[in-house]
Design a protein around this ligand. Structure first.
Ligand SMILES: NC(=O)c1ccc[n+]([C@@H]2O[C@H](COP(=O)([O-])OP(=O)(O)OC[C@H]3O[C@@H](n4cnc5c(N)ncnc54)[C@H](O)[C@@H]3O)[C@@H](O)[C@H]2O)c1
Length: 340
């Protein structure tokens, strides 16, 4: 694909993440969303999009097409990757943001229907070609990759912080808890689901939850494989998440000031992706932030000789932006291959 051509993206799952990707693409100059598959009705999907963007007048529904000043996207009411004819739309990449199709077989269905690549919005449940977090292991991405995951918002925030700190300090082991806004797969009221605690009301409870980031961390940061335990506390807020990372440092001399300085220095290498909050912010202050990690300089403390605790903020919008970064990363690899 020539570099000046727009990158043609298909989206399956037009939920919060899908809508954020779409809106970001509509404001970009290089990505076009050409088709969207979802189980929702076209007018409801358009209504939900307009309810959350800053300027809903930019997005109209014309028949089964969502239209904005840059491109039009065909809406398809389809509930499985095996049914979605991606070949009809000439997509360069499909982003699956349903959260439902995380196994290799479903990803292969996207490929079999004409998607040259599929990018998961979440962590996979099978071994796939690559988990890629630009800025950390983007350099290892290959044009031959077909089934890719961009991790999750939490995984990205965690990997960025560990990547920065492990470059400066030895890390023995650690644990991460994300204090996470509720997600759409939780019930508003007590409702029998597949898991005991997740069957309890998301609106009324702090819900302890497992988190898979620790299982996959080694694919992004091999030196920390098996060294970081991860879990989540889902709390009754709509948006804004807080990563609480406790690390056992190899060196007893590491101070909170040294940790803060390390992050402040490296943040400049991740423009728009890693920021540092010096003010006493709270979760609602990060709503609308596209940082994947907003390190909280006031949150760093030390216990005993070796234990450092850090805080970092993020919200889903940053992850939508990173998904588009991954799309651009692979488009760049294709361009290089074509030029070679
Ligand atoms: N938003 C977050 O902070 C967050 C964090 C961690 C994990 N997740 C998970 O990631 C996934 C996506 O996140 P989200 O916030 O965009 O979720 P969401 O629920 O807002 O969006 C999912 C979209 O997928 C569509 N969908 C569901 N099943 C489908 C099917 N079979 N075929 C086609 N479309 C289908 C839904 O109609 C919806 O529009 C979810 O599973 C969510 O639980 C989200």
């Amino acid at each position: 694909m020539a570099q000046h051509q727009p990158i043609r993206v298909g989206i399956m799952g037009f939920g919060q993440t899908g809508r954020q990707i779409y809106d970001l693409a509509s404001r970009s100059d290089d990505v076009e969303v050409v088709a969207i598959a979802d189980i929702g009705k076209a007018d409801i999907l358009h209504y939900l999009l307009c309810s959350e963007v800053s300027d809903p007048g930019r997005h109209s529904l014309q028949g089964n097409f969502l239209v904005n000043p840059r491109f039009r996207s065909r809406l398809m009411r389809i509930d499985t990757p095996a049914e979605m004819p991606w070949d009809m739309f000439g997509v360069d990449m499909v982003i699956d943001s349903t959260g439902k199709f995380r196994d290799g077989a479903a990803m292969r269905d996207h490929l079999d229907n004409g998607a040259p690549r599929v990018l998961l919005r979440t962590l996979p449940v099978d071994t796939i070609d690559r988990i890629v977090i630009p800025g950390i292991n983007g350099g290892e991405a290959s044009a031959a990759d077909r089934m890719i995951s961009a991790g999750s918002a939490t995984t990205t925030a965690l990997c960025l912080l560990l990547h920065i700190l492990s470059a400066r300090f030895g890390i023995e082991c650690g644990s991460m808890t994300t204090v996470h806004a509720y997600t759409s797969d939780q019930a508003l009221q007590d409702y029998a689901g597949s898991d005991y605690r997740r069957s309890r009301s998301a609106a009324e409870n702090i819900i302890p939850n497992s988190h898979e980031a620790g299982l996959w961390l080694g694919r992004v940061l091999p030196a920390l494989d098996g060294k970081i335990l991860t879990s989540a506390l889902n709390v009754p807020i709509h948006e804004g998440c807080l990563l609480d990372l406790n690390l056992v440092m190899a060196d007893a001399g590491v101070t909170p000031e040294a940790v803060n300085d390390a992050v402040r220095e490296r943040a400049a290498d991740f423009p728009g992706v890693v920021g540092v909050a010096e003010d006493p912010i709270v979760s609602s202050d990060v709503i609308g932030s596209a940082y994947s990690l907003l390190f909280d300089a006031r949150g760093t403390i030390k216990a005993g000789d070796h234990t450092i605790k850090c805080l970092g903020w993020y919200e889903n919008l940053g992850h939508a932006a990173r998904l588009l970064d991954v799309v651009r990363l692979y488009a760049g690899l294709d361009s290089k291959e074509e030029a070679a």
